[in-house]
Design a protein around this ligand. Structure first.
Ligand code: NAD
Ligand code: UDP
Length: 313
């Protein structure tokens, strides 16, 4: 099996590279290094089953592949809002290009979609039938609407060209190899706490998220790829926390003397988010197993090592 992983040098992509390489598959890792790091996949560089290509998915590419894991797209609000037009192009053109490749080669394509397709949801928790409440013109729209059109393209390629697609709606995922500066809440809180800084809560901290550990997420992604399901299918951990609860937990684990400061809530920040994962449980026999305590300990250990290596300044 020849696997193409777009965004393979990123947080989730590099964990997927590890799993596929460890099981002896061939992997082509494609990335433009916008938020990905060569370091994440460096250990495979001399392996004959591994190939690394610097490429931007907004441009066409011709390869012979059997499976396309289409992850290329910045995921952190800070990064995807940095150049929103580029984010929209990556989602739209990048997905068209990968679907075109899937059509030509007969490869299966898995799209890393997101819970952001539900926007700031009026329905809680969110199941796959919910159609979402997305602001089409706000600062998150480049990402949210980008992923929505990417899903649309997948189903149109399935209907028109019989492309074998898998649409996975990923809920907030955390773990080692998140970028220390990527602005997402778990990496922000842990890095702030390790450096002895105040933890920054946006808004009143009563907004909720449900955090999935990266190993669970990757196992769900692989189960979906090897299943007969097209999705869309939610993959995430349904244990829901307020952001204040998360801050308190990180403080308890790292240094109970640390303080919290409150900053303005960014525009369109979703108030609550929790996946219904009945479909994944039933169709994929998947269930997350790493709880927040264990997952945070592993992530804190990783960021402390980064600090020792002076990756975090
Ligand atoms: P990430 O930013 O670490 O990884 C994205 C990767 O894509 C990076 O290596 C980046 O350099 C690459 N990339 C970006 N634009 C590109 C382009 N135009 N051409 C080629 N490569 C490009 O983010 P992540 O957390 O690993 O997310 C991976 C995928 O999963 C994304 O599609 C994201 O939308 C989706 N997702 C992630 C989460 C999460 O919580 N981590 C949640 C929902 C969805
Ligand atoms: N957040 C926060 N402090 C931070 C970073 C994020 O309070 O330093 C909040 C953010 O406003 C949001 C939640 O944490 O309500 C999750 O943010 P993240 O960027 O991780 O993911 P997303 O909003 O895309 O789910």
């Amino acid at each position: 099996m020849r696997n193409l992983i777009t965004g393979g040098a990123g947080f989730l992509g590099s964990h997927l590279v590890d799993k596929l390489m460890e099981s002896g598959e061939e992997v082509i890792c494609l990335d433009n290094y916008y938020t990905g790091k060569k370091n994440n996949i460096f250990k495979w560089i001399d392996n004959e089953n591994f190939e690394l290509i610097r490429h931007d998915v907004t441009n066409n590419i011709n390869l012979e592949v059997d499976k396309i894991w289409h992850l290329a797209c910045p995921a952190s609000p800070v990064h995807y809002q940095n150049n929103p037009i580029k984010t929209a192009k990556t989602s739209f053109l990048g997905t068209i290009n990968m679907l075109g490749l899937a059509k030509r080669t007969g490869a299966t394509l898995l799209l890393a979609s997101t819970s952001e397709v539900y926007g700031d949801p009026e329905v809680h928790p969110q199941s796959e039938e919910y159609r979402g409440s997305v602001n089409p013109i706000g600062i998150r729209s480049c990402y949210d609407e980008g992923k929505r059109i990417a899903e649309t393209l997948c189903f149109d390629y399935q209907r028109m060209h019989d492309v074998d697609i898998k649409v996975m709606r990923i809920f907030n995922t955390y773990g080692p190899r998140m970028l220390p500066n990527d602005g997402r809440v778990v990496s922000n809180f842990i890095c702030q706490a390790i450096k002895g800084e105040e933890l920054t809560i946006y808004g009143d901290g009563l907004q909720t998220r449900s955090f999935c550990y990266v190993d669970d997420l990757i196992s769900g992604m692989m189960k979906l790829m090897y299943s007969k399901e097209a999705g869309p299918i939610n993959i995430g951990n349904p244990n829901e926390f307020t952001i204040k609860e998360l801050a308190d937990l990180v403080i308890k684990k790292i240094d109970s003397n640390l303080n919290i400061i409150y900053k303005p809530l960014p525009q369109d920040d979703p108030l609550q988010r929790r996946p219904v994962i009945d479909l994944a449980r039933k169709k994929l026999n998947w269930n997350p197993s790493v709880e927040i305590n264990e997952g945070l300990d592993r992530t804190i250990k990783y960021f402390k090592e980064c600090l020792d290596l002076e990756v975090i300044k």
